[in-house]
Design a protein around this ligand. Structure first.
Ligand code: PLP
Length: 230
């Protein structure tokens, strides 16, 4: 249960803020001061030294270690700044101009800017193409794409995880449905053709399209761009 002394709550926030404007990472900032009221203005080091310690430990680990994971990266300072900004405070369900909550006029501008940049990055004509820039990352983007074109329990055919695919391509083991994409959709993964391994991946995709044609079923082709850029 969350317990806060009443006096912390009744004092107006702006009045409380004035007592604690300090340097963010000074030596003094490392010492937790449980007697001071919470203001929301303290640095992480001051507010939660235990968490701050772990964060420093992870930074040190990242500086010294090496993991060759294609989809991990060092986030730029500018991007970290945007992510750790007041944008965290805002709901933005819906789309630009069609939100569920008020106060989204700036968020709308940000999303439209992001859409414009995404289309420019892939050199796509905005008159012909649309882009959804909302997914937090590749995994929810894949789930959103399935949900857009499939009903629950319709079939998906994705490159199997052990063959270089991703969990979100419907991964399941012989005994367990591992990814939500195999729980909510029926997964029929395809595999690499070992015989074609010396040829380009185009051969595998051509073979896949042929096998889909042979089933004479209606199909929608979705491309997980991470497979190509990763
Ligand atoms: C091909 C592919 N699709 C999807 C994902 C998932 O992306 P994210 O980790 O951004 O959710 C990855 C991540 O490695 C990937 O390689």
């Amino acid at each position: 249960m969350l317990t806060l002394p009443l006096r912390y709550l009744v004092r107006p926030l702006c009045q409380r803020m004035t007592v604690s404007l300090r340097g963010q990472h000074s030596a003094a900032a490392q010492v937790p001061d449980h007697d001071r009221p919470w203001t929301g203005q303290d640095s992480l080091a001051q507010d939660d030294p235990e968490m701050w310690g772990l964060l420093k430990k992870e930074k040190d680990r990242q500086c010294r270690g090496l993991e060759l994971i294609a989809s991990e990266n060092f986030c730029s300072r500018a991007a970290l700044e945007a992510q750790g900004s007041c944008l965290n405070n805002k709901y933005s369900e819906g789309y630009p101009g069609k939100r569920y909550y008020g106060g989204a006029e700036v968020v709308d501008q940000i999303e439209l800017l992001c859409q414009k940049r995404a289309l420019a990055a892939f050199d796509l004509d905005p008159a012909l193409w649309g882009v959804n820039v909302q997914p937090y990352s590749g995994s929810p983007a894949n789930f959103a794409a399935y949900t857009a074109v499939l009903n629950p329990h319709e079939r998906i055919m994705g490159l199997d995880l052990p063959d270089g695919g991703h969990l979100t391509h419907g991964y399941m083991s012989d005994v367990k449905r591992i990814s939500a994409t195999s729980i909510y959709f029926e997964s029929m993964p395809y595999k690499l053709n070992i015989l074609a391994a010396g040829l380009s991946s185009q051969v595998t995709v051509d073979a896949l399209v042929r096998s889909i044609d042979q089933c004479q079923c209606e199909s929608v082709q979705l491309i997980d761009a991470g497979e190509f850029f990763g």
